[in-house]
Write a protein that binds this ligand. Structure first.
Ligand code: MG
Length: 359
């Protein structure tokens, strides 16, 4: 069969001759023949399929090393690799989108005499309640909760002294209750989470495998800043709709994100509580998610441990939250629902309503 010159191959594949020379050097797309005298490269027409795949993969921003791996795989595993690459891109984009929102908001408010802190007349208040229960199976309660006029937190400890870890996490957040709320809500929360991780590192020195989740909020008067790591959750009930505003850091959730598991399969997966990130003293896996939420009067925020979300479906959580007259009633109803569903784990929740201040 006639070989194609590099010029013809470049035209047909839409890859430039310069790119083709680079891909040859990297072993990604070797020419079928190289003229020993002139050094000209020649390609077989069958190589066009691989060249087009390379072009498409480059267009989605895949690094060359990964492109080579995908090209060397069979179609099914190449498809799985592309899906996994894209899930990573989307996760990274989502994290950067949150940071962009924060930065735009932060910089837009510079010059304001009290940035990020609304004047008293424009602030709302929160009404809150917290409740935790050991459940019906576990001998001890390793969850910890906190609710105050500025901070809300749920932590779910694990390991031989999980209660010490969850208490350390909640204490680090609790210290913000008396800190004047500055412009940098997210930095305050991130620092608190890192301090908690350091404290847990100390505990883990004598008790290996100890750690905790942490889902916490800091209230500015108009905004709620959220820090989150692990599989405890935050939900928002707004206009009758329940929205989960945290992303579980579990192995099964990352498999769902990669398209390797369906949401329904994840619910009954034997390893559904295996965490990929937590505060366990290791700084590598302790980077929390951070978000900033503009609150509205009428919003009802809920933080809970997996002792609630694993056994009470979201539809029931929404109904109970919608029907409860006060945060106290809501926490009681939610904990009772988890215990009614067998109470296999410690169960905790914090509920906070955003309200017009009564003055
Ligand atoms: Mg739990």
């Amino acid at each position: 069969m006639d070989l194609l010159t590099i010029g013809e191959f470049a035209r047909l594949s839409r890859l430039s001759p310069k790119a083709l020379r680079l891909y040859d050097e990297l072993g990604l797309l070797r020419p079928a023949q190289v003229d020993p005298t002139t050094g000209y490269r020649y390609y077989q027409p069958e190589q066009l399929e691989r060249a087009r795949l390379v072009l498409w993969l480059r267009r989605i921003g895949m690094p060359l090393a990964t492109v080579r791996e995908v090209c060397d795989r069979d179609p099914a595993s190449a498809a799985a690799e592309i899906r996994a690459f894209w899930a990573e891109v989307e996760e990274d984009t989502a994290a950067r989108r949150d940071l962009v929102t924060f930065l735009v908001d932060h910089l837009s408010r510079r010059g304001d005499p009290a940035p990020d802190i609304a004047p008293a007349a424009h602030r709302w208040a929160i009404r809150y309640a917290a409740l935790t229960d050991a459940g019906r199976v576990r001998p001890t309660n390793q969850d910890a909760v906190l609710a105050g006029s500025h901070v809300l937190a749920v932590a779910d400890g694990f390991g031989t002294d999980g209660a010490a870890a969850s208490t350390a996490a909640v204490d680090a957040i609790g210290a913000l209750e008396s800190t004047p709320v500055a412009a940098d809500l997210l930095n305050l929360l991130e620092d608190a989470a890192l301090q908690a991780n350091e404290a847990i590192r100390g505990i883990a020195e004598s008790r290996a495998g100890v750690g905790t989740t942490l889902t916490a909020m800091l209230w500015s008067g108009t905004q709620l800043a959220l820090v989150h790591i692990g599989d405890s959750r935050a939900y928002l009930l707004r206009d009758g709709e329940l929205l989960q505003i945290t992303h579980d850091h579990t192995l099964v959730q990352s498999m769902v994100d990669d398209g390797r598991l369906s949401a329904a399969e994840a619910e009954s997966h034997p390893q559904r509580s295996l965490l990929v990130k937590a505060l366990a003293g290791d700084p590598e896996n302790a980077t929390p998610d951070l978000h900033l939420h503009d609150a509205r009067p009428g919003d009802r925020y809920v933080l809970c441990s997996d002792g609630l979300s694993a056994v009470v479906p979201d539809t029931e959580i929404r109904e109970l939250l919608s029907a409860a007259a006060s945060p106290e009633d809501a926490t009681r109803e939610l904990v009772a629902a988890a215990i009614g569903a067998g109470g296999p784990d410690n169960v905790s929740c914090v509920v906070a309503d955003v309200v017009e201040p009564a003055w």
